[in-house]
Design a protein around this ligand. Sequence first.
Ligand SMILES: Nc1nc2c(ncn2[C@@H]2O[C@H](COP(=O)(O)OP(=O)(O)OP(=O)(O)O)[C@@H](O)[C@H]2O)c(=O)[nH]1
Length: 470
Amino acid sequence: MFKFFKRKPKIEDELKENPNQPEKWLKLAEENERRAPEALKNALLYSNGELIEEVSKILRNLALYREIEPYLTEIEEKLGKDYSSFLKGLIEEYRGNFQKARNLYDVAKNSQNEKLSFLSNYHIANLYIKEGLYDLAYKALKEIEDKVPESYSFEYMVKKRELEEKLGIGGSKIIKSFKEGLKKTRDALGLSQLSGRNVDESLFEELEERLILADVGVKTTLELIDYLKKEAKRRKIKKSDELLELLKEKIKEMLRTCKGELNLNEKPSVILVLGVNGVGKTTTIGKLAKQLKDKEYSVVLAAADTFRAAAIEQLEVWAERAGVRIVKGQEGTDPAAVVYDAIQSIKAKGEDVLIVDTAGRLHNKERLMREIHKIKKVIGREFPGQPAEILLVLDANTGQNAISQAKAFKEITDVTGIALTKLDGTAKGGIVIAICNDLKVPIKFVGIGEKIEDLRKFDPEEFTEALFSE
Ligand SMILES: Nc1nc2c(ncn2[C@@H]2O[C@H](COP(=O)(O)OP(=O)(O)OP(=O)(O)O)[C@@H](O)[C@H]2O)c(=O)[nH]1
């Protein structure tokens, strides 16, 4: 007997019979692209909005943004403005109108439907990421961290972790002491007081004033303000928070060009340290010696600032503190002779790093120039191509003066890196941006206190975040 084979009813027939099967409308949308827009609309309506996540995924996969538009009015009437705004947001995002999309998601993000609220914030965060506004993206993600649906949990976690990496937060990347160290500058800049304002001429003027007060320097300040004005116009930025985000990312971009590792590729590596008296040269040498020793380098100091006995003694104190050897001469000894002795000594003992302290009398430039050239010659004769690093120590408190000092030293010798001290004691931390932008010399270290551990490798993200974030 032939069993009568009942043809499996087509989805359409089943839905004709009973349209209230939202999952089936989804399936129809996936199988029949021509009917997909109407099917997605029905899936959404018959599920009373619960299938918004699945509907938006199919909409995105099939790029049916134009085709869904005719159904938005009915969706708004039956489900509400939050749903139609979210879908319009998807359409604008697809078209690359990020600002418009964000405004539409803003309407949907407070929806009663937790999933719709999550999706709207998630899309807002993604748009901020696309525009490089990482802090705002992170804030948007943080707002929804307890609303993440299972289907998004991995993707959400990865995105959040990536942002934490970019922003250098979480973990101990922005160390407390560093943030404290920059408190005076952060307070002086007072950028958080500019939050929630409209973007207008008075805001730009106030921002300009604060940047100059923090010693960013007129040239760099005007460059930054000019950039912000152009970008605010191009991106149609209305709120100060987005503008400040842009400023932060621009400063990071600027400072990244000044990031540099200490050059220790040779053995031994000779580091020549320059700087006028009082900037913190000896202290910085002590801190650096300790840091390198902690990294298993064997370090020797050469007291080639023989002009004053006090300088020799002071270096001895720091050598003691850091637990490293020191080679010195008598007060008044030829500095190059001290360096020669130090070189013979480390050649005999096979140490890794020689840090040479030099005199800091810039007022007698001719003499200083002769001294430094002679020292460099002795070093170069013994170790061709060295010194490996010529580190100029500048005092952040001296503000724009530090720049003229740096320019003077650059006339005497090439400078391969800067150590900027006393950032903790100054409200003029903006000098870091000015030095970077004016001198184009890598900033290798910043000093943030008198203690031996108060020397940080310069990290543009860490520095900028510490300037901006409370
Ligand atoms: N707050 C603070 N003080 C610092 C920092 N670096 C150095 N100092 C202080 O600045 C003063 C001068 O430091 P020195 O290392 O003696 O400066 P120098 O360049 O060697 O000066 P001379 O010894 O005269 O050659 C000292 O009191 C240091 O403790 C820093 O990063 N923060």
